[in-house]
Design a binder for this molecule. Structure first.
Ligand code: ADP
Length: 499
């Protein structure tokens, strides 16, 4: 099959979160399984800092964004490291040569609707110019949500795309790309298409809704999240649209990139280890981390790690009270936190680190090296997210023998099995679930984990080793995506029924 990925993030070129990990890894694996794969993403300023050569091409064209106003772009070209997958960059400095991808301190960039409408239209034009004739265009998140709608409704595209099917993946439903209706003008198609069965959502232009309504198949990044987003609690207002689409929707868990996340070969950690010598390896890494962050150099102290965005979603309202209890009461635990985001949370964490410097270390910022070091050094990893479409850090934790404590929602429920008498006996336990999403339950789960670690070392070792040996690689998920593409593609040159 010929498969095109449309995305705004792909490691190592640009990433703000899990989307970048997925779109830098899945295409490589799908290509290695024998498919013809290419990627389109914006030529953000960040792509030039990846240390990978990017060529200019002589392919350029313009898009008419408003009456009398055309915007040009040129295609740049490179390859994903580790494979021959071509990555095309849509280069238009006015839209994409900026400090950040989506916004700055003041909030989202005010022209995001224009920027990403341009991106979707430019991808479709570039595919025509390159004569790629894809079987599948796989769109990712709201920034590419208009694309399936444009294929269905733009008369200039119909012929060229009648044999192309679309897959729309929701990586996080909370981000939908909803804008005032006047922005619909940038799509270049008639206002008769600005209706609830396409682009309109209660009077606004909603990119993700357009993708959900128009795509041939919708996927999201875990089976549990696929169920949850049809409820009013997790549907972020789109639940009724999603309820009407369940026959086209499936959940596929993300994978982890074994070249990047493998404790036996990881070049970002001081001591490599595997399931046979994890105690020694993790103890050495802990010593290194304690030294670097000037924490008490006591190897027996349990180290509790946290890595992630400092955003409400991740459950900081549960985490902070628990950290305070441990520190104020002088409990024998050590904490290491890496993250950035909400300035109020950053400030609070910095203050705790200043007040209890031997017990908690905080690194505010984005640092791959520290993310790897924390996974390799910590004993426990906390992810009490209020919702979690898939989550990657709990998968890295399992792989690194760092037992995850999670709120069982979305992908966290699908990937971490709670430790109970039953799951210890049947050999399936890999972590700990919160009974309720509140600080008391988080503290109780930490208590259960520490009791097992210190009083039942053999059972603890089984849990660690079981997690390390599980297969959460992309190979497994890529097989499921390929199955999804095969079921979605337009068979026997029979065009889809146009809505
Ligand atoms: P989300 O996509 O909601 O942010 P995920 O767990 O799916 O959460 O993916 C987050 C990814 O970003 C992981 O690879 C994680 O290690 C990484 N990450 C998040 N914050 C940081 C940080 N401050 N420094 C380094 N890596 C980070």
């Amino acid at each position: 099959m010929r498969i095109v990925y449309a995305t705004t993030e792909a490691i190592p070129f640009a990433r703000t979160g899990g989307l970048g990990d997925v779109c830098g890894s899945l295409p490589n694996t799908v290509s290695a399984l024998g498919h013809d794969v290419s990627i389109f993403m914006p030529a953000f300023r960040q792509i030039h800092q990846a240390g990978i050569s990017i060529e200019s091409t002589d392919l350029s064209f313009t898009i008419q964004m408003r009456k009398g106003i055309s915007v040009g772009c040129r295609l740049l070209k490179s390859h994903l490291p580790g494979s021959g997958v071509t990555i095309w960059f849509i280069d238009q400095p006015k839209y994409f040569d900026r400090d950040q991808l989506y916004g700055d301190k003041r909030g989202d960039y005010p022209d995001n609707a224009e920027r990403f409408t341009f991106f979707c239209r430019a991808i479709l034009k570039a595919i025509q110019r390159l004569q790629l004739q894809p079987d599948i265009i796989h769109c990712n998140d709201w920034q590419t949500g208009l694309l399936p709608g444009l294929i269905r409704h733009d008369p200039d595209l119909r012929n060229d795309y009648e044999n192309t099917a679309t897959v729309m993946t929701i990586h996080n439903l909370a981000y939908q790309g909803q804008f005032p209706s006047r922005n619909f003008e940038y799509t270049g198609i008639g206002w008769e298409h600005f209706s609830p069965d396409a682009f309109e959502f209660f009077g606004s232009l909603n990119f993700l809704k357009a993708g959900v309504i128009s795509a041939d198949t919708i996927t999201t990044v875990s089976p549990q999240y696929a169920k949850e987003i049809t409820s009013s609690k997790h549907g972020c207002g789109l639940e009724s649209v999603l309820q009407g689409s369940t026959d086209r929707m499936r959940g596929i868990i993300n994978g982890i990139d074994e070249l990047i996340w493998n404790p036996a070969t990881d070049s970002l950690i001081p001591a490599n280890y595997d399931h046979s010598n994890w105690r020694l390896g993790k103890t050495q890494n802990k010593g290194f981390l304690q030294n670097e962050f000037k924490l008490d150099p006591v190897s027996e102290l349990p180290m509790i790690g946290l890595v992630g965005r400092l955003a409400d979603q991740k459950g900081w309202d549960l985490i902070l009270p628990v950290i305070r209890w441990h520190l104020n009461e002088g409990r024998p635990t050590q904490w290491i936190v890496l993250g950035s985001g909400d300035p109020a949370l950053e400030k609070e964490l910095r203050m705790l680190a200043k007040q209890f410097p031997s017990q908690i270390a905080v690194h505010i910022g984005f640092s791959d090296r520290h993310a790897h070091l924390i996974e390799a050094a910590a004993d426990l990893f906390l992810m009490p997210s209020h919702y979690e479409p898939c989550g990657l850090n709990q998968l890295y934790s399992l792989r690194y023998g760092t037992v995850p404590i999670v709120n069982p929602t979305g992908g966290l429920a699908d990937t971490v099995t709670d430790t109970t008498e039953e799951t210890i006996n049947d050999g399936t336990a890999t972590g700990f679930h919160l009974q309720h999403p509140d600080p008391r339950s988080l503290d109780e789960a930490i208590g259960r984990a520490l009791e097992l670690r210190y009083h039942y070392p053999e059972a603890w070792s089984n849990i660690v080793v079981r997690g390390m040996n599980q297969d959460w690689t992309w190979r497994r998920s890529a097989d499921l995506y390929i199955e999804c593409y095969e079921e979605t593609q337009i068979q026997d040159n029979k065009p889809r029924i146009s809505s």
